[in-house]
Structure formats: structure tokens, C-alpha cells
Design a protein around this ligand. Structure first.
Ligand SMILES: C[S@@+](CC[C@H](N)C(=O)[O-])C[C@H]1O[C@@H](n2cnc3c(N)ncnc32)[C@H](O)[C@@H]1O
Length: 344
């Protein structure tokens, strides 16, 4: 067993204010009951020389450290020696593209990128693909993808990304951004936008992108794909092949007016949308795949969201670790994460 201390990134502290350490502890707890079962002790918040850390004991090895490296809030990791010194531990993240892929686009309604990474991590960790997340190119669908924060984080991991959104402005903005970014970075790619047709009907449009992280990878055919659809999310099962994605990860509408979160005007019930859309989302999940949804518990209470998951045929992950993610965003939004797994 070694003792470790994680320094939480300043960006996570900015997003979560006082909750960054608690969310880091919850994410570590999910690691401790999934891929690092039996190798990770409980984590705690601790102040050392006036600076806050999240500390834990673990028997990690290289693969364990690689999982810790991808913790959504990790800025730096130290191993604590017997005499109390902090020895820096190298963090080899999955990240295979420049970070500005996540930060350039700024717009109202964007899901914070640190939170998006947390949501992806805890969903995939809950799935039966968790053991492959450091080695394989998984496929993740965000069926309410907006301007692509989830898609971009999935690309950062070197995984395949799929998305659906019905907002044409969001679809066009994401397509334009991704093409421009790939050109600016001089990454080999192809990108096409075409009509999305099913059974002789036009459902909307689709963006298909294929890229590689280097010329050598492109030449070797080792590519990453993005396919995003402009369509209603309730048509997901008609757009993507059944059983084709490892995880469905999404930030559901919060049921408050954009731009008036402080006022908290409730616009529509996100529960209705989830009830109608979930069966289609679950059908494109492979057996053992997981669905993870960020919800505003003010308009979409946790127990009701979990009941919807169960009704759609996915078993809720509702252990103490998965119950540790609720946090305040503002006066109208208490955000939580619900995760469920499709049986094999
Ligand atoms: C909370 S936002 C997601 C933001 C996204 N994560 C991002 O960072 O850009 C929810 C999204 O759901 C989309 N949406 C709501 N109802 C929909 C529906 N029935 N079909 C498809 N998209 C829908 C909205 O257009 C919005 O982009």
C-alpha cells in the first residue's frame, strides 16, 4: 500500500466551488468499486501546508495509476513518503489531442467540460467496457449533444463519438467548429454533411468525420470517427445501429429557461423527454453498456430518473459511490448523475 495525494485542478475548483473535493472523492469511490476494486482505500479531504488535497491509500501499479491520471479533477498526483515528503507521480492521461478542442467553443448552455469528463468517466466505469477504457477505442453516444462538449471529450480520449441534437444552430456550429479545428491543427481527416434519410423520409442531416491523430496513424487506417445527427433524440434507434455503443452519456435539459437560471422559471418536464427517449437510447447500447445522465434534481428527482432507467431495461447503479455526485450549480439547479447498465 502507498499513500497518495491528488491536487485538484484550479478549473474544477472554479466550476464546483466548495464541492470539488467531494466530487473527486466520489469519483475515486467509483474507481474503488469498479476497475480498482480492492486496491483503493477511502479518500479524504486533507490540508497539507495550507493547501487542500484529496488523499488516499492504494495498491495501484501502472494500470491503476493510469486510471487515476484520467480522474476528471486531477491536476497533479503525489506519492507520500514515510517522512511526509511529496514525490510527484507522472500522470499519463489518455488525452491524445490538444486541450483547446474542449475550451475554444464558449456559448450559453454549454455543459462544463470538467463535469462532462466526470460524467463520461463514471458512466463508462459502470459499464462492462470499463476494463477496456485504457486500451480500446470505445464508442460513446451523446443523444442531446448540443455543440459537442461530450463528443469532444470522447475524441480527446481517442474514442469514437456519436451525437444527436435537434437544434440546427448547434449542429451547424459544431460541424463548422470541428472542421476548422482539424484544419488548424493540420490533422488528416474527411468531413461530410449529408441528408439523413430513413425509409424514404428525410429525418434531418448528418455529419460524418473521420480523423487520425497523426499522418502515420492515418496511413495505417487507425482512425477515429464522429457521427452527429440533426434530428429529434426520440428517433435515435432509427439513426444508429442497435447494440453499437459502449455508453450513452448526456446532460439532459434542466427544465429552466436559458439565461434566467437565477429566476428558475420551469419550462418543461425533462422527465417526459427521458421517458420517451430512453428506450431508443438503450436499444443502441450494447449489452453490458451503460447510460449516464446528468439531471437537475429540482425538475427531475433522482428516484424518478432511476425508475425511468429501470423501466427502459437498464439496472440502476445506486451504490454509495454513485450517490455521491449531487452538487449545487445555482439557485435553480441541483445537479446529479444517474447511471444504469444494460444486462448482458
Ligand atoms: C443541456 S443541453 C446539452 C448541452 C451540451 N452538453 C453542450 O455542452 O453543448 C440539452 C440539449 O438537448 C437538446 N434537446 C432537447 N430536446 C431535444 C430533442 N427532443 N431531441 C434532440 N435534442 C433535444 C437541446 O437542443 C440542447 O442542446
Amino acid at each position: 500500500m502507498s499513500s497518495y495525494a491528488v491536487l485538484v485542478s484550479p478549473s474544477a475548483n472554479r466550476v464546483y466551488a466548495g464541492a470539488a473535493a467531494a466530487l473527486t472523492i466520489a469519483e475515486l469511490a467509483v474507481l474503488g468499486e469498479t476497475v480498482l476494486a480492492g486496491r483503493l482505500g477511502d479518500a479524504h479531504q486533507e490540508e497539507v501546508a495550507g493547501v487542500g488535497y484529496v488523499t488516499f491509500d492504494g495498491d495501484l501499479g501502472a494500470a491503476g495509476l493510469a486510471h487515476i491520471a484520467n480522474l476528471s479533477t486531477a491536476f497533479a498526483l503525489f506519492e507520500r513518503t514515510d517522512d511526509g515528503a511529496f514525490r510527484p507521480v507522472r500522470l499519463d492521461r489518455l488525452h491524445c489531442l490538444d486541450d483547446d478542442l474542449l475550451t475554444i467553443l464558449k456559448y450559453q448552455g454549454k455543459t462544463n467540460e470538467v463535469f462532462t469528463k466526470l460524467l463520461i468517466n463514471v458512466t463508462v466505469l459502470g459499464s462492462h467496457s470499463a476494463g477496456r477504457m485504457l486500451t480500446d477505442r470505445l464508442r460513446v453516444l451523446d443523444p442531446l449533444c448540443g455543440r459537442g462538449t461530450t463528443l469532444n471529450q470522447v475524441l480527446m480520449y481517442g474514442w469514437h463519438a456519436s451525437g444527436v441534437d435537434r437544434d440546427a444552430k448547434d449542429f451547424d456550429a459544431y460541424a463548422a467548429f470541428l472542421r476548422r479545428w482539424l484544419q488548424d491543427k493540420r490533422l488528416k481527416h474527411t468531413a461530410t454533411v449529408a441528408k439523413l434519410r430513413r425509409d424514404g423520409q428525410t429525418l434531418g442531416r448528418r455529419l460524418d468525420v473521420e480523423l487520425a491523430i497523426s499522418k502515420e496513424r492515418w496511413a495505417a487506417g487507425d482512425t477515429i470517427t464522429v457521427s452527429s445527427a440533426l434530428a429529434d433524440t426520440r428517433a435515435t434507434a432509427e439513426i444508429f445501429r442497435s447494440g453499437s455503443v459502449d455508453a450513452v452519456v448526456t446532460d439532459a435539459p434542466y427544465g429552466v429557461q436559458h439565461g434566467s437560471h437565477g429566476g428558475g422559471g420551469v419550462r418543461r418536464q425533462p422527465l417526459d423527454l427521458l421517458a420517451e427517449a430512453l428506450p431508443g437510447w438503450v436499444s443502441v447500447l450494447r449489452p453490458g453498456g451503460a447510460v449516464g445522465i446528468a439531471v437537475n434534481t429540482r425538475t427531475c428527482p433522482r428516484d424518478q430518473a432511476l425508475a425511468l432507467l429501470a423501466n427502459a431495461g437498464v439496472e440502476p447503479r445506486d451504490t454509495a459511490a454513485y450517490r455521491g455526485f449531487e452538487h449545487r450549480v445555482d439557485r435553480a439547479i441541483e445537479r446529479d448523475i444517474v447511471v444504469g447498465v444494460k444486462s448482458e
